[in-house]
Design a protein around this ligand. Structure first.
Ligand SMILES: [Zn+2]
Length: 244
């Protein structure tokens, strides 16, 4: 029952997520009525219902009939799955909610950094606070792992004066460290994020899609590394160390 409730909650957060994805890159206020992106018409309340409104208007703006991008219902449905999955993963409702919000923040950070090359503080700071809360709720003091995640990127940021990594990556490093709670897991996350980034960069070079000046956002790779470390470290350790 509570899984269904969490999926519904995920739809609502997903809908809020589409607003953040639309407004954060343009530094627009989060207050004010939602407007259609095509014709700027103020949307009536029924058109704000996640997914259902998209189905009712058959994927077209009710005012100007322009096609509504699939990413809108897509982000809502994906958020619903994240929330339901988080609830199934955690024994308590509070932990389920904390993990839901952690994954939701990371999902939005991935999309924003992937498309715009930005990781806003307004997502990074809640992610770090939620990460600390999640670790503490599981009896883990995440101070050392947090400092490790932070300093790993802060050193690169200082050495390169912000050219190798952005300040958003530094703060995300802190959040990842706080949420993972142990240095071992942070190391796993960093290792996989660099391997994945290297594979993608080599692929782009091979496909001649990449020029030297191009900035490759690191947020999506760190997010992927986080997910692998968060859900897979114990399994990895069992496989690599041969412990059953
Ligand atoms: Zn329109």
């Amino acid at each position: 029952m509570s899984v269904v409730f969490f999926a519904g909650l995920g739809l609502i957060f997903g809908s809020f997520g589409t607003v953040l994805l639309e407004r954060l890159p343009k530094k627009q206020s989060l207050l004010g009525r939602s407007r259609a992106i095509c014709c700027n018409n103020i949307l009536p309340p029924w058109q704000l219902i996640p997914v259902l409104s998209f189905v009712l208007v058959r994927g077209r703006c009710a005012h100007c009939a322009a096609a509504i991008p699939w990413r809108y219902p897509g982000v809502e449905v994906a958020s619903a799955f994240l929330f339901a999955f988080a609830r199934l993963h955690e024994a308590s409702i509070v932990d389920g909610f904390l993990l839901s919000l952690l994954l939701w923040c990371l999902f939005l950070i991935t999309l924003l950094d992937g498309q715009w090359g930005i990781i806003p503080d307004s997502l990074n700071i809640p992610f770090a606070v939620l990460g600390a809360g999640y670790s503490l709720s599981h009896g883990v003091l995440p101070f050392v792992s947090g400092v490790f995640g932070l300093s790993f990127f802060a050193v690169q940021w200082l050495l390169s004066r912000g050219r190798w990594v952005g300040s958003g990556d530094v703060l995300l490093g802190l959040g990842v460290g706080l949420a993972l709670g142990t240095i071992e897991k942070v190391a796993v996350a960093l290792w996989f994020s660099y391997v994945l980034a290297a594979i993608v960069c080599l692929g782009l070079i091979a496909g001649k899609q990449w020029t030297r000046k191009q900035h490759v956002p690191f947020g999506p790779f760190l997010a992927a590394g986080f997910v692998i470390a968060f859900f897979g470290t114990d399994t990895l350790a069992r496989v690599l160390l041969g412990i059953s």
